[in-house]
Design a protein around this ligand. Structure first.
Ligand code: RB5
Length: 145
């Protein structure tokens, strides 16, 4: 069973719990919080999850906030993290195939629960294509700035 880190802010708490229930038979979750709908700051959770991936505590991750935007920005501050905020299955498929995204971000106030489940299934099952995308990932990782 793949071990996935999962984290959210208060806006993503309900969806995080639904995801854990839906995928209980196919995914081992490392739940990094938050653990209620009490207001928290999304950067803390994005950064904590990024560090868990970098440390090898989980192979990939799922992040959820209200929009998926703030928490993905936080995780993407680390060059080892490619967090993609996806609102549909096509984005999930292509960010795996082309970007080798290792973190899936979603907005609980943007997409519905079933769409989130479908996005996760696609994200987990789609392989990175390599080839022409390798040099682009290398540029992302090393930075040409
Ligand atoms: C929290 O209210 C909200 O700002 C957060 O969940 C997220 O949408 C930020 O990008």
């Amino acid at each position: 069973m793949e071990k996935l880190a999962i984290a959210c802010d208060h806006g993503g708490y309900d969806l995080k719990e639904s995801i854990k229930t839906r995928f209980v038979d196919s995914v081992e979750f490392l739940d990094l919080g938050t653990n209620s709908t009490d207001s928290v700051d999304y950067p803390e959770y994005g950064i904590t999850l990024a560090k868990a991936i970098i440390n090898g505590d989980a192979s990939r991750g799922i992040l959820i906030c209200g929009t998926g935007v703030g928490i993905s920005i936080a995780a993407n501050r680390y060059p080892q993290i490619r967090a993609a905020n996806c609102t549909n299955v096509t984005m999930a498929r292509l960010t795996r195939a082309h970007n080798d995204a290792n973190v899936l971000a979603m907005g609980a106030r943007i997409i519905g629960e079933q769409v989130a489940f479908d996005i996760i299934e696609t994200f987990l099952s789609t392989k990175y294509e390599g080839g022409r995308h390798d040099q682009r990932l290398e540029q992302l990782t090393k930075g040409n700035i």
